[in-house]
Design a protein around this ligand. Sequence first.
Ligand SMILES: Cc1cc2nc3c(=O)[nH]c(=O)nc-3n(C[C@H](O)[C@H](O)[C@H](O)COP(=O)(O)OP(=O)(O)OC[C@H]3O[C@@H](n4cnc5c(N)ncnc54)[C@H](O)[C@@H]3O)c2cc1C
Length: 806
Amino acid sequence: MSETARVVIIGGGVVGASVLYHLAKAGWTDSLLIERSELTSGSTWHAAGGCHTINGDPNVAKLQKYTIDLYNEIEELSGQATGFHMTGGVMLASTPERFDWLKSISAKGRYQGIETEVITPEEAHELMPLLDPRQFTGALRTVVDGHLDPSGVTYAYAKSAKILGASYQTHRMVTGILRARDGGWIVQTDKGDIACEHVVNAGGLWAREVGRMVGLELPILAMEHMYLITEDMPEVAEINAKTGREVIHAVDFDGELYLRQERGGMLMGTYEKACVPWSTRNTPWEFGHELLQPDIDRIAPSLEVGFEHFPAFANAGIKQIINGPFTFAPDGNPLIGPIRGLEGMWSACGVMAGFSQGGGVGLALANWITQGDPGFDVWAMDVARYGDWTTLSYTNPKVQENYSRRFSIKFPNEELQAARPHKTTPIYDRMVGLGAQMGESWGLEMPLWFAPEGVRDQFSWRRSSDFDHVGAEARNLREAAGLLEISGYSKFRIAGADAGAFLDRVLACALPKPGRMTLAPMLKENGKLQGDLTCACLDPETYMLFGSGMAENFYARWFEAQKLSTEDVTIEVIGLGLSGLHIAGPKARDILAQIAPDMAKMRFMDFAKMDVSMAPAYVGRVSFTGDLGYEIWMRPEFQRQIFEALLRVGADHGLRPIGLRALNSLRLEKNFGGWAREYRPVYGPLEARLDRFVAYAKPADFIGKAAALAERETGGALRLMSFAINAHDADVIGDEPIDFQGKTIGWVTSGGYAHASATSVAMGYVPKEYADQADGFTIEVLGHALKATPLPQPLFDPEAKVMRAP
Ligand SMILES: Cc1cc2nc3c(=O)[nH]c(=O)nc-3n(C[C@H](O)[C@H](O)[C@H](O)COP(=O)(O)OP(=O)(O)OC[C@H]3O[C@@H](n4cnc5c(N)ncnc54)[C@H](O)[C@@H]3O)c2cc1C
């Protein structure tokens, strides 16, 4: 009889060890970690061991804080020293733009409970005397920042897990993974098979190879990374003697450097622009405890800046240069969670900052495996954000771009250029010819705005070169009509004799009748949002669902997991198999009726199959702009002729193409939220003000019903609010803190300028007790607390008369 375990974790790096520990802590002691060599035999052993809480994404920052807070716990439990030194640190800016960014990071820290302080270069110099204050514009002092012993931490996790009852085996190699007849898995190793329910891929440098054992091509690439260690430096000894402490950490963003003390000298690492990937297709299994050849020329430009910004380095001898590989996903965030279509197969890889993030990743995964939910917001790390379109050839340039920009500012209106264009729709070239400035959304090119000849985006935190042009698009739609490419939505066809019963269970709304559509919140068992979709009924056995494009795989994984084996339901992921166009504005009906006379009588939320121009299409009367509008769905081969026909007949009515920025501006005037901003898997429908679409009383026992009823009973904890901001030349971007009478109580989810109402708008969450306050709010934008006035009613068409016009 073969060996058994409930969970087999492949890989004994810091991430696998953390997953094992958290499973054991959750009581799943029948978990077994398999490591082909010694623990730490991938990228873990040669890491620089730095850890910090600061991250541009607040949810990742939260997980980093959890990770660092864990080190005492595992050290105490295991008796294994982690070598953790909490030194604190400074984050340095050499330009006003970078300083603005640091201020925004500090502001975000306020609602996450992360202590930081904006300081002058001179104050930074007092804290970290190796820096030359003349080289900097400003700085941020951080508190929870430090370094540790990578091997010590990994062993502390593994030993703690063992003490709690789980186990790990070293010098055992996983060679294959097979589906077992009972629906579980057989993990094949060089020392025999192990039957299990769940497999966790924590293969780090070999995660791609482990993925391939079940036919997966994970979007991960390893990059070479170098840091140097100096000989002992007298300046370091002097600081140690004077302060009685070690030199604190420093991150020099514009120099693209990180620094910390290492024994009597310093460690300095860099994310060099001329970066080099490692093992672009296959990671050699023989690779283990060796290092890569250092290439000082590659990091010379960064070192030169380092010598200028930290003059003592110019006299220091270099004792050692470490060059080692570690893995990244295209956006630099981990890839965690269940793999769609492979029940019981889990990803815990692409963790590029294992010592800041490994603990949180382990907790999320253990929660997910044992309770069916990660327990906190891991949307940005969910492996489902990628799909078959993230091939190795796409991942390679994207990861290199991410690595080389690790310390670069990404302005809110900046679009990254690597691996583009990747996915395009049939009207891509035509829109570019009309001046479309393209953005990329999950691989797909989408128009952001239409620029006149010679005008382009100027990257900035403030209103920029697009402002007037986006304004003109938005106003034109409210006065006449606008035409928008919407092919990027996720689209599903759910069909079969049990389609209705299936959707009645999976969606919290009342199902629409044939020919009608409805907004359809989807909940998890815990009553939090699992999706925000539109559901259209073609006939009682055929439904179409539309949602956010970035969530396509996330939704598909959920639908497939909910389907009972006894149900006659097919779930078709349509993707770009249907293209889309959206026409909205007071003239939209007159324009569309000229090429689709059947639509003239459509009521708000009607959905029908009809000919549009010469093509078969589906038309739904709905609009995210809040105006009179129609979504038109057609096969890709017809998109171009319908687009041309609309432009032609719309010319006399003032129709013009618009981009996503105008759409954002228009939906803000209606207080309409969007997926991954206002609607995320941690908010309840009442909190997110989607409760009016929840059919609490419907007979079907829909997923999350009990929790949704409980939320309605208690009122939940939070409330989504909209505010008018007293802004001057900069609008909110997202994640800014919301203060009430000087105290931080909430956070912004999104916002921008509502051009047609000439109002700067922010949306965000506050504790429900504040939701009825009419005054007293401020929102910090670029370091200034701006008055924020609640908007209980939408700025545009508060009674929805325009949208529903007969
Ligand atoms: C030079 C350098 C400096 C760094 N500095 C920092 C830093 O300061 N702070 C920070 O947070 N991060 C740092 N990192 C990144 C950090 O090392 C990684 O985030 C971390 O090591 C990822 O751990 P992991 O467990 O995912 O992968 P790995 O460490 O690669 O572990 C994977 C393990 O899986 C095992 N394995 C794979 N396939 C199989 C198989 N088929 N059977 C059995 N076992 C298998 C491997 O042997 C290996 O031990 C640095 C990395 C480098 C290279």
